[in-house]
Design a protein around this ligand. Structure first.
Ligand SMILES: *Cc1c(COP(=O)(O)O)cnc(C)c1O
Length: 363
């Protein structure tokens, strides 16, 4: 079989231009050339993430930073906000790290509401929380701005936020949000190859890390800060990824960030409308749908249309496109269509034409 165009919610399709940038000849990671490269992307990353803090580059997938964040910041007890596969898993990760943690579980497809977090934090037992902004498994976007307002009431609680499938798709202003860690891997909303991560950490989080003896080595926040001040990374980074990221950042700014965000809104509306045109409902609660992917209900909620998802996936494969068949406990009971990264009205239009044809063939 030839290459299948990826419309799964990660990894997503990587452009020829990005592959070319990745193949830039190698340089030494302690060289001036490397410092030039980092100091070129640094202000672009700061503008993208609305921060004056230094943005760190991690040679790991998102989970590395996610584990690192709790190892650096939790001294007492962690509250894990859980609403889907990725957010649920964070509790498991904390347990495996020997970190005391408790889950705040809501039903898959429902959002985490600030009131629920407030009730938990009010006990005074927690010194950190984890939150997944865009829960990729359920296609749900949590109300990050409202949740972040709790920071005023609980300034000493570290707010750790995963934005793997929202960073670059929606505006994120780290400094304005006032949160403590914002992190992402590169293979989803960024449309870079997998294996790399980006994160930003508050001054308060660095103070906390300094007091945490078991923060480990590879993801030691203090090492990231010390090195970033010199436009370097603690260990040898994936320099090809940074070259690719540099090319991608240039694309973001030549398109214009607002245009990029508007493009995601438009293309996401197209996939949602496709679902409702065929009688499907969406899996996430109304008002909390993601804008970087669409999670179509297919029997998980007892309403709307149901199709044979593996057959639909096969019919799409015959047309050169890979779509997702649902994740974790809702596999087959929902399916997901990604509009992350470089997708345009034209490419999503093509996806929809092929989905329409496949639905006809399904009968
Ligand atoms: C994919 C994903 C992750 C995991 O990323 P890895 O790159 O596999 O470590 C974490 N959080 C969210 C929201 C994701 O979508």
């Amino acid at each position: 079989m030839g290459h299948l165009k990826l419309h799964i919610p990660g990894p997503v399709e990587v452009s020829e231009k990005t592959w070319k940038a990745m193949a830039t000849p190698m340089i030494g990671h302690r060289s001036e050339n490397f410092q030039d490269l980092y100091s070129k992307v640094q202000p672009q990353l700061q503008e993208l993430l609305g921060t004056e803090r230094l943005v760190y580059l991690s040679t790991s997938s998102a989970w590395g930073i996610m584990e690192g964040a709790i190892r650096n910041l939790v001294n007492e007890k962690l509250l894990c906000c859980m609403c889907g596969a990725f957010s649920d898993k964070w509790l498991d990760v904390a347990n495996r790290c020997g970190i005391k943690a408790e889950g705040l579980q809501v039903e898959w497809g429902s959002p985490i509401l600030p009131k629920k977090i407030d009730e938990k934090l009010d006990s005074g037992n927690f010194d950190a929380i984890t939150l997944v902004h865009n829960e990729t498994s359920t296609g749900l976007m949590n109300p990050l701005e409202d949740i972040s307002k709790l920071k005023e009431k609980y300034p000493d609680v570290m707010f750790i936020v995963d934005s793997v499938t929202s960073m670059t798709a929606v505006p994120l202003h780290f400094d304005k949000l006032g949160i403590d860690v914002l992190l992402a891997g590169t293979q989803k909303a960024w449309a870079l190859p997998p294996g790399f991560g980006i994160f930003v950490v508050s001054a308060k989080a660095l103070e906390r890390a300094a007091k945490t003896e078991t923060r480990g080595y590879y993801f030691d926040f203090l090492e990231f800060q010390k090195n970033a001040e010199k436009n370097m990374t603690p260990s040898t980074p994936s320099i090809p990824h940074i070259n690719a990221m540099s090319s991608k950042l240039d694309e973001f700014f030549s398109e214009g960030l607002d245009n990029r965000f508007a493009r995601h809104q438009k293309t996401n509306k197209m996939t949602r409308e496709w679902a409702s045109k065929h009688g499907f409902t969406l899996f996430p609660d109304a008002g909390y749908e993601s804008i970087s992917l669409t999670c179509v209900n297919n029997g998980a909620k007892k309403e709307g249309r149901i199709v044979d998802v593996p057959r639909l996936q096969n019919l799409m494969k015959e047309k050169g496109i890979l779509i997702d068949g649902g994740y974790g406990k809702i596999k087959g009971l929902a399916f997901r269509l990604s509009n992350m990264g470089d997708e345009t009205e034209e490419t999503i239009g093509d996806l929809i034409t092929k989905l329409d044809d496949s639905m006809k063939e399904l009968g």
